[in-house]
Design a protein around this ligand. Structure first.
Ligand SMILES: C[S@@+](CC[C@H](N)C(=O)[O-])C[C@H]1O[C@@H](n2cnc3c(N)ncnc32)[C@H](O)[C@@H]1O
Length: 338
């Protein structure tokens, strides 16, 4: 059975590097794209925590103007490869109609965050990557976002590319797996698993399923729990042959390395903001319900114990009848008292 997690009532992020904090608190809105704000934080925090622990760089298929790419790449070590793959201005190759000519805007966004000289941009369909030799350099990415074509063939192809190039211990973030408007994604994921895909899901963040290699599930689950305990809404939810943790879009407060606070940026009058508040309130309610259940359980246990003790106690000894001599003395005393 999956469990609600009920420990937290505040939503502090892990300590973020200055660039990540700036992007998440004041840069997100300026980049048009598709990304739940909490998910930007989950990707950013995970990228940061992987450094030194998991070798390799960053890659995304389906970049658009870079909203999720920037969350991953800002402040990442300069020596780590960062590869951005999209059909970009070749939109006739995009069957979903999810972008318009976005390459110039993406380049501007990279420049704004001082990333323009270190990101490798690949303009073309991900279906051509294997033929173009992309797999030949082997496993080399620690964080790989799969957010390209949402049809089943693209998703299957992109997950296989991600699996083949993922460094041991790395994480693949697969977009829209459970989105009812993009069922091609779900079909592509089914096909991936039915055809021998080896990645294993270990967490669900808003709109993205996180997967890793089988040997690294526990390490990645622990890392996410340590980073984002306040965002955990459920743990150990059965999925395929294993279990996953679920993280919500909650009202995160950001902190930087020095502990200074900032708010996660959400679009003005954003539905996301209301949704995050609602999730926070629902979690709080679940916490209180669980606490109430615990108190009621404690009460029942105590009542049972009292009953058992009462039953086990020896019956009270009958009062000794007063002897005749005592009765006479008592009467004499009473007479004297009158
Ligand atoms: C949902 S958008 C990506 C959103 C982006 N990650 C963000 O943070 O805003 C999907 C992207 O996939 C790209 N795309 C579609 N088909 C593709 C393909 N065959 N190969 C590579 N990219 C593709 C589209 O051009 C579009 O930019």
């Amino acid at each position: 059975m999956d469990h609600y997690v009920l420990k937290h009532t505040t939503y502090d992020s892990p300590a973020l590097s200055p660039g990540k904090l700036a992007y998440l608190s004041s840069g997100l809105d300026a980049v048009q794209g598709w990304l739940v704000p909490s998910t930007a934080l989950y990707l950013a925090g995970l990228e940061q925590a992987q450094r030194g622990a998991v070798p390799g760089g960053l890659c995304e298929i389906g970049v658009h103007r870079g909203k999720s790419f920037l969350a991953m790449a800002i402040d990442a070590p300069a020596g780590d490869p960062a590869v951005a793959i999209d059909v970009f201005d070749l939109q006739h190759l995009n069957e979903d109609g999810t972008s318009s000519k976005a390459l110039d805007d993406f380049r501007d966004n990279l420049r704004a965050w001082s990333l323009d000289d270190r990101v490798e941009i690949v303009q073309g369909s991900s279906l051509e990557l294997e033929a173009d030799g992309f797999l030949e350099a082997g496993p080399r990415f620690r964080l790989f976002s799969v957010d390209g074509g949402h049809g089943a063939d693209y998703v299957l192809n992109d997950l296989r590319i991600a699996e083949a190039t993922l460094a041991p211990g790395g994480v693949v973030a697969a977009d829209d797996v459970f989105n009812i408007h993009w069922l091609g994604v779900c079909t592509g994921v089914f096909r991936y698993f039915h055809s021998g895909g080896t990645l294993v899901p270990f967490a669900l963040i808003p709109n993205k399923l996180l997967l890793t290699d089988a040997a690294s599930v526990d390490a990645n689950r622990d890392r996410m729990r340590e980073l984002f305990a306040a965002g955990l809404t459920k743990t150990d939810v059965p999925m395929l042959d294993g279990v996953i943790d679920v993280y919500g879009d909650v009202p995160w407060e950001l902190v930087d390395d020095a502990g200074s606070p900032a708010s996660l940026q959400r679009p003005d009058d954003s539905v996301d903001a209301v949704r995050a508040e609602l999730t926070g309130a629902q979690l709080e309610l679940a916490r209180l319900r669980t606490r109430l259940r615990e108190v009621q359980d404690d009460k029942r246990t105590l009542q049972r114990r009292v009953r058992r003790l009462r039953e086990a106690a020896p019956p009270p000894a009958p009062a000794e009848p007063a002897s005749g001599g005592l009765r006479r003395k008592a009467r004499a005393l009473l007479r004297g008292a009158r």
